[in-house]
Write a protein that binds this ligand. Structure first.
Ligand code: ADP
Ligand code: MG
Length: 212
């Protein structure tokens, strides 16, 4: 049996065409089903639905053989025990620093001010500001980062941006681009050795189906 860990939403939707190209079809839709283990058309392949940030953990411990996770999530996790053979070029966005429109970020940085940063991506934020030589206090949040500068919880946020519409709607502006983000295939290293006859053909099919 091969177990593939996916999160609901855009990663599930954008991974489906790649799975289909490998001859794997989900028999239920995770958006309407309450099941966390979804069967596929193949008796030897099942999908498990987990929180995006939990995908690397399931694969690291071998509870899933394969998973799809954003680079944002992999950065925070550290990637221990994970083989990352393919950038799937899906769920693309950018990791950005953003502030309130009326906050003079450039001046604050120039003056060497200590900045309060609210984010879900603590490791990413710490590394970014350390590299710039900016002193920061990091405040860990689990969602809706855009709210933090509006109510005085932080000076800035580190968050994913795609269209920029959420920033705009909340009177925020992006001030720094930290990195480009897309989702990668992750594979448990032991599973790849033990089940190579099942896993390698899937990796080959995914590689051919990636839209560049
Ligand atoms: P959760 O709500 O569980 O924290 P999301 O569903 O918001 O996770 O995001 C899951 C993954 O999709 C992220 O880890 C990231 O790689 C990607 N992602 C998040 N936001 C965007 C976006 N605006 N555009 C494209 N991809 C995104
Ligand atoms: Mg979300």
């Amino acid at each position: 049996m091969i177990t593939i860990a996916l999160s609901k939403g855009r990663i599930f939707e954008e991974t489906m065409p790649l799975l289909n190209a490998a001859g794997i079809q989900a028999l239920e839709d995770p958006e309407s089903s309450r099941k966390l283990i979804l069967p596929t058309n193949r008796a030897d392949v099942q999908l498990i639905i987990v929180r995006a940030s939990d995908v690397p953990t399931y694969v690291q411990y071998g509870a899933a053989d394969i998973g799809v996770a954003g680079k944002d999530v992999l950065n925070e996790h550290g990637g221990t025990g994970l083989y990352q053979p393919l950038d799937l070029n899906i769920a693309k966005c950018r990791m950005m620093v953003a502030v309130r429109n009326d906050f003079d970020y450039e001046a604050a940085v120039k003056q060497g001010a200590r900045l309060r940063i609210a984010t879900k991506y603590v490791q990413t934020a710490r590394a970014h500001f350390a590299a710039k030589g900016v002193h920061v206090d990091l405040i860990k949040l689990y969602g809706s980062m855009e709210l933090a500068p509006l109510v005085g919880l932080s000076d800035a946020i580190v968050d994913l941006v795609s269209s920029g519409n959420t920033l705009k709607a909340n009177n925020l502006r992006a001030v720094e681009h930290i990195s480009d983000v897309s989702s990668r295939l992750v594979v448990n290293q032991a599973a790849l050795k033990l089940k190579r006859n099942l896993i390698q053909p899937m990796l080959d099919a995914f590689a051919l189906a990636i839209v560049k």
